[in-house]
Ligand binder design. Structure first.
Ligand SMILES: [Mg+2]
Length: 402
């Protein structure tokens, strides 16, 4: 028999807004949204609970949000600050267990099977730690698997009707998964979008419980392999493991401009900022990568990428930037408008921290990196060894890797 797992899903409550309320306490209780200006095709990145009560939602165009809530205060986003605070949250979580899968800037799964305390107690303690140490409200869900834990968080949050953060904790005990999911609409499940929901409705399947009652065979006939997953998930079964950072394949950052950009200086400064951000994350993850990649999207939505392999794995912003710039100029013609620009690093090896031998090795590597960096400053492109080059053309936007 396998042990019953204890999985927690944590989601900060209106994270960007909570950070902005700390900067400006006069925002507390007011309807406000963090995001871009309406005249620049801005969207709502996060909105306060008072704004949510008026129907404002994240990812909504700011123009629409203002129509719903004319007295909405718009606060510009400070992504670097959010990233920094997010790391502090993740540090608190990592003190509890190394089994952490961060799924976005403000969301993570934790496997706390090894902690011999009731799930609710572990969740309350973690919520209190984050609130006391960083002043940030969070909602948590606990269950025997990721699917049910995540839905538990969503259900806890959705029950909130007030203009304050929910700070919900919802625990689904082992064995209660199917009963918990049963009354929820099928859209609560991962992979059920409006299209699938519409098809299910034609089959008289509206609740998760309706789906759970169908045979696997019937659903496979109708939906293929996805049909099998649907039924299994509807019954509250999900054995996907927590994927920790050790399995990170690449680290990348990209930015979509509010207006298409043709100015070389602006494009290069975006490249620099992205390279710095990627370098910072590499250092935090104690990773060095030997492949640097850039991605450009034209106003036509055609996306092109290019990559090179360096002679030495790096986590140094300057090397990433110089390499990205070199790649950029292979793809970009002067005056060409750019809609999105991205920088990524992959091809990792990980520093092993436990052994002092490796620490010494790391020190040596750093000296080498410095030497390469200096060389690069002097000779530019020549210090970069060209590797395999690939050009991918996609007609739709690519998913951002986690
Ligand atoms: Mg959140």
């Amino acid at each position: 028999m396998t042990t019953t797992r204890k999985i927690i899903h944590l989601d900060l409550d209106a994270f960007f807004c909570a950070v902005e309320e700390q900067r400006d306490p006069s925002l507390v209780g007011k309807p406000f949204a963090v995001g871009g200006k309406p005249e620049e095709r801005g969207v709502v990145a996060s909105c306060s609970y008072a704004a949510r009560q008026r129907g404002v939602r994240s990812a909504m165009p700011m123009v629409h949000a203002l129509r719903l809530c004319p007295n909405l205060t718009i606060v510009p986003a400070r992504h670097r600050v959010y990233e920094h605070i997010s790391q502090q949250v993740m540090e608190i979580i990592h003190r509890l267990t190394p089994q952490v899968e961060q799924i976005s800037i403000d969301e993570a799964f934790l496997d706390v099977t090894g902690i011999d305390l009731p799930l609710r107690q572990i969740a309350s303690q973690l919520q209190a730690d984050i609130y006391q140490q960083l002043g940030l409200p969070a909602s948590l869900g606990g269950a025997t698997n990721k699917l049910v834990a995540k839905i538990a968080t969503d259900v806890g949050k959705a029950a909130n009707r007030s203009d304050k953060p929910p700070m919900a904790i919802t625990i689904v005990p082992p064995g209660d998964e199917a009963a918990f999911l049963g009354p929820l609409p099928v859209q609560a499940l991962w992979g059920v979008g409006p299209k699938t929901a519409a098809r299910l409705k034609l089959l008289n399947i509206e609740k998760v419980g309706d789906l759970a009652a169908r045979s696997e065979q019937e659903m496979v006939e109708l939906f293929g392999k996805h049909g099998y997953d649907l039924v299994i998930h509807a019954r509250g079964i999900d054995d996907r493991p927590i994927i920790t950072q050790h399995q990170i394949k690449s680290i990348s950052q990209e930015v979509t401009f509010t207006k298409d950009i043709r100015d070389l200086r602006l494009l290069e400064s975006a490249l620099l900022e992205l390279s710095e951000s990627v370098g910072r994350r590499l250092k935090e993850e104690k990773l060095k990568g030997s492949t640097v990649k850039i991605k450009l999207r034209w106003p036509s939505f055609v996306t092109v990428t290019r990559q090179v392999t360096l002679t030495q794995a790096t986590d140094q912003e300057q090397i990433i930037f110089e390499t990205a710039k070199h790649l950029f100029h292979k793809l970009w013609e002067p005056e060409q408008a750019v809609r999105l620009i991205g920088v990524g690093v992959s091809g990792f090896y990980r520093e092993t921290r436990q052994l002092s031998f490796w620490d010494l090795q790391t020190e040596k590597d750093r000296t080498l990196q410095q030497a390469i960096e200096n060389l690069q400053h002097k000779f530019g492109k020549q210090a970069v060894q060209r590797g395999a080059q690939t050009t991918t053309i996609r007609t739709h936007s690519a998913k951002r890797p986690n």
